[in-house]
Design a protein around this ligand. Structure first.
Ligand code: LLP
Length: 437
């Protein structure tokens, strides 16, 4: 569950009115609920408790230092995919937090830095990378802990741009060659093959792919051990889906049901790398309506958030619920959305609503947060909430059209703290060298 609810027809985050936050901090504004963040993490920790899991929060979903710090304080490690994310994880701490490093293109400098800073494991994605890590570690008189990331070659399970376990994607080692690659590094002086890693894709709404992935993992772990590698960890990555519409997502316990038996059979410690499941529904993006207009037979709501703040709708055709912060008395309190993501007409009839496109000021026809959405009439100055905006919202935000990136606020019960200030025009040009003046 999340902690966003309407009280007397006004949206609240925990005990704070969202419109008060918009007044105080301006819009567009990401509003995060601490209670939601912590309870989502705890849901995973509890569901997987029998495997004594190491939960590495996936920094790419949302790398804000305060959010990472909160995760660390509540027992999470970190999953990172660049030196920059490694830096964020280190800044947020605690110093003992375990940092897993994935990604197909780790540079020598990133590898060295990670080794110098006690990386928990490298999720290795190619033979060349494995040998490079081994060489660098050997040169430092170290043995690098590595998990072989395998592409388990499963049927498609999510959006083509974020499915990482179908044949032909750039991630991981092939099922057919991974054992040979592992064979080549038995007794390597710079490598300790400690685990097997797979990340299936994101978001995943069914448990079946995890079941299939685990079955393949068990066979590989046995093969690695037969070679003499001391495999201690099974890292099943992240990918657990959330309720973007209504109730399409599975609870952590449902994934645990298929993953835990495999972990037990493997005699491994479980590592998970959830991002979206923790932070996705822990935030709304609050924006203010600038104008409305009817053109070309369509109705547009032009508000001050745009694709540079939340690129998911235009990049993946993703669905985010959008609803007024103050729904009028004659409209439903929430959009009545059918939870079936395969249903092409997800909306049920809603009184006093008509189809509208919710768009931003960016100069692209692809700049939208919602298309053909039944929404009540909105007017200039109204506040709008785009839900489930916590994951891959701010972390994928840009300055396109020289727009200032939004501010972020963390709500804890009845209090709120700014966790990222709104950018300024000076920030926009801060890195540029104006050499022709
Ligand atoms: N571990 C690895 C190795 C990953 O590549 C990812 C996500 C995760 C963990 C975390 O996945 P999560 O639990 O958040 O689903 N921008 C896209 C999602 C890209 C996911 C990339 N990898 C979106 O907005 O849907």
């Amino acid at each position: 569950m999340d902690h966003f609810e309407y009280r007397d027809r006004e949206l609240f985050c925990d005990d704070v009115s969202v419109s008060e936050l918009a007044e105080r901090y301006g819009t567009p504004l990401f509003v995060y609920s601490e209670k939601t963040l912590v309870s989502n993490l705890n849901q995973i920790l509890t569901a997987f408790a029998p495997a004594d899991p190491i939960v590495c929060y996936s920094v790419k979903a949302n790398g804000n230092l305060s959010i990472c710090r909160l995760m660390g304080r509540h027992g999470a490690g970190f999953d990172v995919t660049s030196g920059g994310e490694f830096y964020r994880a280190q800044q947020a701490g605690p110093a003992t937090a375990k940092i897993a490093f994935a990604g197909v293109g780790k540079t020598d400098a990133e590898i060295k830095h990670a080794l110098e800073n006690n990386v928990f494991m490298f999720d290795v994605e190619s033979e060349q990378e494995l040998l490079t890590i081994g060489e660098i570690a050997k040169g430092m008189g170290r043995k690098a802990p590595v998990a072989m990331r395998v592409n388990p070659d499963l049927p498609p399970k999510t959006h083509v741009k974020t499915d990482t376990s179908v044949k032909g994607v750039k991630f991981g080692l092939d099922l057919e060659t991974v054992v040979d690659v592992a064979k080549g590094v038995v007794n390597h002086p710079g490598l300790d093959v400690v685990g097997l890693h797979m990340h299936l894709g994101s978001p995943i709404l069914k448990v079946e792919p995890y079941k299939q992935g685990c079955a393949k993992a068990l066979a590989l772990i046995k093969a690695f051990r037969d070679l003499g590698h001391n495999i201690r960890y099974l890292n099943m990555g992240g990918g657990f889906g959330i309720n973007y519409r209504k109730d399409e997502a599975k609870p952590a316990a449902a994934f645990a049901e298929v993953i835990l038996p495999a972990v037990k059979e493997a005699g491994c410690q479980l590592v998970l790398e959830p991002g979206r499941f923790i932070v996705g529904n822990a935030a709304v993006l609050v924006s203010r309506v600038l104008y409305t207009k009817a053109t070309g037979g369509k109705h547009y709501v032009i508000q001050d958030a745009a694709m540079n703040d939340l690129i998911r709708p235009t990049l993946y055709g993703s669905f985010h619920r959008v609803w007024p912060v103050h729904p009028a008395a004659d409209v439903p309190l929430t959009p009545d959305v059918n939870g079936d993501p395969d249903d092409p007409s997800p909306f049920r009839a809603m009184p006093n609503c008509f189809n509208q496109d919710v768009v931003g000021p960016v100069c692209e026809s692809g700049d939208f947060l919602a298309k053909d959405r039944p929404l009540p009439a909105l007017k200039r100055g109204d506040l709008v909430a785009t839900f489930s905006a916590g994951a891959y919202g701010m972390s994928m935000a840009s300055n396109y059209n020289a727009r200032l990136r939004a501010a972020e606020v963390l709500v804890t019960g009845g209090t709120h703290r700014l966790i990222r200030r709104r950018e300024t025009f000076k920030d926009l040009v801060a890195c540029e060298v104006d050499c022709l003046t």
